[in-house]
Design a protein around this ligand. Structure first.
Ligand code: NAD
Ligand code: MG
Length: 397
C-alpha cells in the first residue's frame, strides 16, 4: 500500500485526486487530508477515507472538526495550521504527497515534502514559480521525485523520454516544447470590454472546472504565464525553447517537437483526473474515471498564436522569467493580491494586469539565497501591490 497525503484535499484538484484514489483502494491509503477552512467537506472526506491525520487552519475550525470526528467514532487526529501542513507533508510513513494547495501558501508545505524526499505530485505551480532554482536544488539534494500534475506539463512529461534517462532537452533531441492553452473565456472579447468583466464571468472557464484563483488566472492568461515559468524549470528549458499555442478545444494538452520534425502530442478529454492518475500510478498506468475521447465526435481542432498585447499578464510573466532571480516571486505575489482584490470587487478585471505591471516596473530583482528570502520578496511585492490597489480604489471613489 502506498501512503498518500493530499494537501488541499477540499479543492478542485484535491477532490479529483480523491476520485482517482477511490478507484484504487487496494493500492493507496490516505494518511492525511488538509484544508484551509472547509470543516464540513473535510469531515465528509475523513469519514470516507479515514486518514490518520486531518489538518485545518484556525483553532476554532480544528476544535470543531475534532469534535465532529470524535462524535462519529473516528480516531483521525486533527492538527492546526502551518505546523500541521508541515507534519502532513513530511511524516515518515508517507511516500506520496499531492501538493494541491493554491497559491504561495503552498510553498512551505510543498518544500517540507521535498525535504522529506517524497514523491511529489505537483499541482501548486506557484511554489515552483516563486522559488524555481532553490526548489529544484532541494529536490536533488533530498532525492525527492517531482511529477507534474498541471495538465500541460503532464502532457509534456508524457511526450518526453522516460524521466530516468532524461537529462536535457537537446540531448533528448527536442527542438521545442509547444505549451498549449485554451485562451480562457475572453479569448475573443475585445480588450476594451475588460473593464466590465465580473468575477462570476471570469470564473466560468469554457473547458475546465477549477478553483477561483486559477480560473481568474486563466481568464487573464496569467495562468499560461505561470505555466511558461513552470515549464522552464521542470524541463530545464530556455525560454526560446517554449512556444505558447492557443488551442480553444483543450483536447491536445501540449506537445513536444523533435529535431527530426516529429511532434508528439498528448490528448484526452479536459479532465484533471487523467494527469492525476498518470502521476499517482507512475511509472505504471492506472485507470481514471474519465470519459474516452471520441474522435468521431470531435468537430475540429484549432491552433493559433496568443495576443500578448491584449493579455498583458502573459507578457509580464515571460519578462519576469527573463529577468529571473526573485522577479517571478514578485510577479506571483502581485498577481495573487490583484486577483483577490478582483474577486472582492475592489479591482476591475483590467486592473489585474495594471497592478502586476506597476509592481514589476519598480521591482529591483535580487537573487534569493534561500526560501526565507523568497518569502521576503513575496511579502514585499504584496505590500507594493496593496498600495497600488488602494491608490486605484481611491481614484475610482
Ligand atoms: P482550490 O481553490 O479549488 O483549492 C485549494 C485548496 O487549498 C483547498 O483545499 C483549500 O482549502 C486549500 N487552501 C487554500 N488556501 C490555503 C492556505 N492559506 N493554507 C492551506 N490551505 C489552503 O484550488 P485548485 O483549483 O484545486 O488549485 C490548486 C492548485 O492546483 C493551484 O496551485 C492551481 O494552480 C493548481 N492547478 C489546478 C488545476 C485545476 O484544474 N483546478 C489545474 C492545474 C493546476
Ligand atoms: Mg494547466
Amino acid at each position: 500500500m502506498e501512503s498518500v497525503t493530499v494537501l488541499g484535499s477540499t479543492g478542485s484538484i484535491g477532490v479529483n485526486t480523491l476520485d482517482v484514489i477511490r478507484l484504487h483502494s487496494d493500492r493507496f491509503q490516505v494518511f492525511a487530508l488538509t484544508a484551509f477552512s472547509q470543516v464540513d467537506l473535510l469531515l465528509q472526506q475523513c469519514l470516507e477515507f479515514k486518514p490518520v491525520l486531518a489538518v485545518i487552519d484556525g483553532s476554532r475550525n480544528a476544535i470543531d472538526l475534532q469534535k465532529k470526528l470524535h462524535n462519529r467514532g473516528l480516531k483521525t487526529q486533527v492538527l492546526e495550521g502551518s505546523e500541521g501542513y508541515r507534519a502532513a507533508a513530511s511524516e515518515a510513513s508517507v511516500s506520496t504527497v499531492v501538493a494541491a494547495i493554491v497559491g504561495a501558501a503552498g510553498l512551505e508545505p510543498t518544500m517540507a515534502a521535498v525535504r522529506s524526499g517524497k514523491k511529489i505530485l505537483l499541482a501548486n505551480k506557484e511554489s515552483l514559480v516563486m522559488a524555481g532554482k532553490l526548489f529544484l536544488k532541494e529536490v536533488l539534494r533530498y532525492n525527492a521525485k517531482l511529477l507534474p500534475v498541471d495538465s500541460e506539463h503532464n502532457a509534456i512529461f508524457q511526450c518526453l523520454p522516460s524521466s530516468d534517462s532524461f537529462k536535457s532537452l537537446s540531448q533528448a533531441g527536442v527542438r521545442r516544447i509547444l505549451l498549449t492553452g485554451s485562451g480562457g473565456p475572453f479569448r475573443q472579447l475585445p480588450a476594451s470590454e475588460f473593464d466590465k468583466v465580473t468575477p462570476q464571468q471570469a470564473c466560468q472557464h469554457p473547458n475546465w472546472s477549477m478553483g477561483a484563483k486559477i480560473s481568474v488566472d486563466s481568464a487573464t492568461m496569467m495562468n499560461k504565464g505561470l505555466e511558461y515559468i513552470e515549464a522552464c524549470w521542470l524541463f530545464n528549458a530556455a525560454p526560446s525553447q517554449i512556444q505558447i499555442v492557443l488551442h480553444p478545444q483543450s483536447i491536445v494538452h501540449s506537445m513536444v517537437e523533435y529535431v527530426d520534425g516529429s511532434v508528439l502530442a498528448q490528448m484526452g478529454v479536459p479532465d484533471m483526473r487523467t494527469p492525476i492518475a498518470n502521476c499517482l500510478g507512475w511509472p505504471e498506468r492506472i485507470a481514471a474515471p474519465v470519459q474516452a475521447l471520441d474522435f468521431t465526435q470531435l468537430m475540429q481542432m484549432e491552433f493559433s498564436a496568443p495576443d500578448e498585447e491584449k493579455f498583458r499578464c502573459l507578457a509580464l510573466a515571460k519578462s519576469a522569467m527573463e529577468v529571473g532571480r526573485d522577479a517571478p516571486a514578485a510577479l506571483n505575489a502581485a498577481n495573487e493580491e490583484a486577483v483577490a482584490a478582483f474577486l472582492n470587487s475592489q479591482l476591475s478585471f483590467a486592473g489585474i494586469a495594471e497592478v502586476v505591471d506597476a509592481v514589476m516596473q519598480s521591482w529591483h530583482a535580487g537573487e534569493p539565497s534561500d526560501i526565507d528570502a523568497v518569502k521576503h520578496a513575496d511579502k514585499r511585492a504584496r505590500s507594493q501591490a496593496i498600495n497600488v490597489i488602494s491608490a486605484k480604489v481611491q481614484q475610482a471613489g
